[in-house]
Design a protein around this ligand. Sequence first.
Ligand SMILES: Nc1ncnc2c1ncn2[C@@H]1O[C@H](COP(=O)(O)OP(=O)(O)OP(=O)(O)O)[C@@H](O)[C@H]1O
Ligand SMILES: [Mg+2]
Length: 365
Amino acid sequence: MAGIRFEHVEKTYDNGVTVIPDLNLEIKDKEFVVLVGPSGCGKSTTLRMIAGLESISDGELYIGDRVVNDVAPKNRDIAMVFQSYALYPHMTVYKNMAFALELRKTPKDVIDKKVREAAKILELEPYLDRKPKALSGGQRQRVALGRAMVRDPQVFLLDEPLSNLDAKLRTEMRSQISSLHQRLQTTFVYVTHDQTEAMTMGDRICVMKDGIIQQFDTPQELYNNPANMFVAGFIGSPQMNFMSAKVEKAGSGYLLIADTAKVPVSDEKFASYVGKEVVLGVRPEDLHIEENALAKAGDAVLNAHIDLDEMMGSEIYLYFNIQGSKMIARIPSKYQVRLGDDVKLAIDTDKIHVFDKDTEEIIYQ
Ligand SMILES: Nc1ncnc2c1ncn2[C@@H]1O[C@H](COP(=O)(O)OP(=O)(O)OP(=O)(O)O)[C@@H](O)[C@H]1O
Ligand SMILES: [Mg+2]
């Protein structure tokens, strides 16, 4: 068992491009940490540095108490599962799982015990004699996990392991990996660009952009208290709505004026923003069509002309525009709002997020 610590780690590739300028990240022992961010932000690079598959240009990487910058991959006690499972096609499932242990000259009876244990946990027992080509995508994925498990690593690294699976299998494997983590009590570092995977699996989520950590916290904290517009837009689905709003002084407090909506706020942080524009963030689930919500909201109400409605079952997603910004509201499907309708939507003023227009950092929430 081991935690992982990046101290001022820099990664510059041979072409001279620095993709990670200064990474400081501490992953605790037994924690399930998810690295998320858009394509090219440095997730795989970070994971591959932990595995020892990429060199570290500067700074220190610790696994447990040991600096591992110069430790070979095979001596790091780590197992990595890749997106393209990379199973050996000519070997049976059993052999695929046993192979790494055979190379290490592990006794046959020990190998057999470990392979059968892993197969049991992963429900692969009926398939041990099959070759990978006779397996479904989800079963192949489980073999790849099994191959990592038999090695009893201190740390599991998983790089988008579910991206080749269809939606239903992905959901299934998601919960299997989570329960595997609980059962093994080992450190997991999981890379994805899927915010749903991140939210459902991670003890903590590290949101990255351009090789820089934007926020590292629990799913709840990222959802409720995003540090900036990037995190606010990345976490939550459909994504948070952003509107331009003008700050005005009103009595002892302030008003944020976004199109027809007037949202009262009393925080003194707004004193320096009077007369200026800020960005008002409201999640689709914090816009309400119910009568009592509209009554409670006072003037914090948007007039929405619906451009598109999407029936999701229990909810309808309503798409509309506010001053050129694309907006989405999630409302209960018993309200039969359709394309072309004009509706009033109340902003839940307790759930608003306000960002600085220039820095995009959070001002108030
Ligand atoms: N061997 C390499 N040499 C030079 N640049 C590289 C190399 N590998 C990756 N990069 C660059 O480093 C940056 C980060 O790449 P990385 O693979 O870590 O991104 P990622 O977050 O995993 O993206 P994705 O979600 O697409 O997998 C990218 O701009 C990429 O082009
Ligand atoms: Mg990647």
